[in-house]
Design a protein around this ligand. Sequence first.
Ligand SMILES: *Cc1c(COP(=O)(O)O)cnc(C)c1O
Length: 437
Amino acid sequence: MSAEKKGGVDESRYRMETQLIYGRDFTPKWNYQHHVIPPLSSSVIYRLDSVERGAEGFVEFANPEYLSEDRDPIYIYDRLGEPNKDMLEENLAHVERGETAVTFSAGMGAISSVLGVLTKAGEEIVANGTLYGCTYSLLKNWFPRWNVKTTFVDLKNVENLKNAVTDKTRVVYFESPSNPTLEVIDVAETRKAIDEINETRGEEEKIHIVVDNTFATPYCQRPLEHGAHFVVHSLTKGIGGFGADMGGVVVGPRKWKDRILLFRKDLGAVMSPKAAWPVLTYGLSTLHLRLSRMVKSAWKLAEFLETRDEIEYVNYPGLKSYHRHDIAKKQMLDFEGEFAPGALLFFGLKGETNEEKKERGRRFMNYAAENAYTLTLAVSLGHTRTLIEHPASMTHSMIPTEELVEAGVDPGGVRIALGLENVDDLIQDVERCLEAV
Ligand SMILES: *Cc1c(COP(=O)(O)O)cnc(C)c1O
């Protein structure tokens, strides 16, 4: 980095009040190459040494001929790019085994953007029926206004996908495991079906597979390795890891980077450097430690829940009883290739009627909120604390019970997102809550 203004400036010619604006910023101290932890960059604008450099910077921005991960970029304005999120992006692309990554202010910014660049009016998306609520709302309430229609099907069965695809389909979108019920969708099988369809299509008509990998995190699964074209994440969850900052990312092929960057520039959903820095410094560096512990705990808790009479079923991809266990085993692998079935589980409380199931879920949650030290009643996941959610009495509480059942939401279903506590402490609290309902 340049340490001084070229030619030097005699600052004694200027008044103190002016000097206080310009200070002694351009000194040899302006060099961060020897920092062990990257400095937290906090500058919206960047000084351009000459108008030529400014012009070059604008030409470079989002220009595939210039884009290179290891070239010294010319920064202009934070919304276009700055060091903290650029460094985070390099690392996220690496951990997801992708060519390139673009960060966003939140997971929803990433999802809106990748779908925004992959579709235009008159085109279609095929999405899995169960999705994160805001993603469902985006596809249901907003994209139709730009004449982009979504067909929702159960993507566990690849025949449903083949039947739903039309000439206008451009995107297949799903989460695996999905929110909140932890359905696992076979990425490789989906890719095989899409490859057959894409074979006869031109470049602009090809279908892309976008996978929301938030629930698994790259520690448990890298969908690009199994055939996904793009991966999206809410960095707010397991990658950020501490529940202190929001963020999102799209990871995918380098040839799409320019369009995603240009879309981000104009949509404006940029990740703040102040949010990127902790994800880079604390989140990624502890991902392995945190997730390996969470997976172990989830597994043990799932096995415990399976033995309990109060419970009808436990959805945890690691359990042999789980109906998609074999598929999970094939694609949910940690960096060493060991089975890593995730840090969330979903279980259903028994009840004679749906109303009774819902009531038991409500009682479980309220008892936990008041009496369980290690269970926090809150949305989100991938936190240091274990978080519990009961869709029927929380996120979906406005929907009558019978309609919930029709939509595939178990009124007695409880989601647990593991934290970092000692698992035996957790099990003790869960046991007390079960006894109370
Ligand atoms: C939280 C979440 C999102 C949205 O992410 P934000 O950072 O809250 O915008 C998307 N998908 C899944 C699966 C999530 O859990």
